[in-house]
Design a protein around this ligand. Structure first.
Ligand SMILES: *Cc1c(COP(=O)(O)O)cnc(C)c1O
Length: 370
């Protein structure tokens, strides 16, 4: 048996007729940039996120960058974030001219630890970027308390967490703004790049709209330096077809996650640490990520057995060569560094079959019983 990390082909077959029709409509309309499909998607995602505004943009990395710039974060400012995330989170901070300040994670959730955030605040701190990693939201109560006390923005990187909830609140609802990525592999994926910012702050929303079109307002008059980061009509039309299925897909992901957890805890209660859904959270399992000691050997064994797995992420951001000038070193964030050595994400997508999951787990068992 072969089990891929992600297989989008079954989903496409289900949606194919609707997709072809909607793409034909867009191409026939000859309106390709920031049109009615983008407006509809922005309106639906705003409602879904309980936000007054949603602003489509080129991708999830730009969404973070634009939100930071729109909040006025730039040269001389510090932004606190997690070192255990995709590169884009740290990259966006540097691209607006600010300095990333990393703090360690909670080993149970892999998310930023609010207690450590508090310790890292200086008079230069302007914002916090929590990342809702793998589909589970960070400890927002803890973060909001620190942000209120020190008057900081919170830009929530929700690239992996669309539909997730924390005590009934979703991405961007408790923070200043939230950002989404619609990269094809994300829980709501386009057929190319796309991203979005959600916020209920009118001024930040307006700034985002201006920044995504080169700071143009009115057209061809530029008071701020923006860039070209627009969501195109074809991608928006694709996302409009998929969006009504998102909640169902999240439920299916949760079902798959429960299957893995049951099978793994029965067979290997001591060898494998399964993911924890913290009370009050609705985890949407963008990834199902276990922790194991001998992680690299296990991954190699599974690959030989036809099971694809991924390591998100093998090197924490504070140790990335490009951030060398920040002066961090190995040992600074032991939990993030440990997670980078132990985390292994198993195949996860809504159409994953139980037989595939049973095969994956049987091969993990085989590895440990060898
Ligand atoms: C995917 C991702 C991004 C970037 O999104 P793109 O659309 O690929 O630019 C940012 N942060 C996290 C945590 C992600 O997983």
């Amino acid at each position: 048996m072969k089990v891929p990390m992600l297989d989008l082909t079954e989903q496409y077959q289900e949606l194919r007729e609707q997709m072809l029709q909607t793409l034909d409509e867009v191409m026939g309309s000859a309106h390709f940039i920031l049109g009615d499909n983008v407006k509809k998607l922005e309106s639906d995602i705003a409602t879904y996120s309980n936000a007054s505004h949603a602003i489509g943009c080129g991708n999830g990395s730009d969404a973070i960058h634009i939100a930071l710039q729109a909040a006025g974060v730039g040269e001389g400012d510090e932004v606190i974030t997690t070192p255990f995330t995709f590169f884009a989170t740290g990259g966006a901070i540097v691209r607006v001219g600010a300095t990333p300040v990393y703090v360690d994670i909670d080993p149970v959730t892999f998310n930023i630890d609010p207690a450590k955030v508090e310790e890292a605040v200086t008079e230069k701190t302007k914002a916090i970027i929590p990342v809702h990693l793998y589909g589970q939201m960070a400890d927002m109560d803890g973060l909001v308390a620190v942000a209120k006390k020190h008057n900081l923005f919170i830009i929530e990187d929700g690239a992996q967490a669309i539909g997730a909830k924390y005590k009934g609140k979703t991405v961007g609802e408790l923070g200043t703004a939230g950002t989404y990525s619609f990269f094809p592999t994300k829980n709501l994926g386009a057929y190319g790049d796309a991203g979005m910012i959600v916020t209920s702050n009118d001024e930040i929303a307006e700034n985002c709209r201006v920044i995504r079109v080169h700071g143009s307002k009115p057209k061809y008059y530029h008071h701020v330096l923006g860039y070209n980061s627009r969501l195109d009509e074809l991608q928006a039309a694709i996302l409009n077809v998929k969006f009504p299925h998102l909640n169902k897909w999240s439920e299916l992901r949760r079902e798959k996650a429960a299957n893995y957890t049951r099978l793994l805890n029965e067979a290997l209660p001591n060898e494998v640490v399964t993911p924890v859904e913290v009370e009050g959270n609705y985890h949407v399992f963008h990834q199902y990520t276990i922790r194991v000691e001998k992680r690299d050997e296990l991954q190699k064994y599974l690959k030989e057995q036809g099971v694809e797995t991924m390591i998100y992420y093998p090197l924490a951001l504070h140790l990335q060569p490009v951030f060398k000038n920040l002066g961090y070193k190995e040992g600074d964030f032991p939990e993030a560094e440990k997670a980078a050595k132990e985390a292994l994400s198993l195949p996860m997508f809504p159409e994953l079959a139980l037989e595939q999951q049973e095969y994956v787990v049987s091969k993990i068992v085989e590895f440990f019983k060898k």
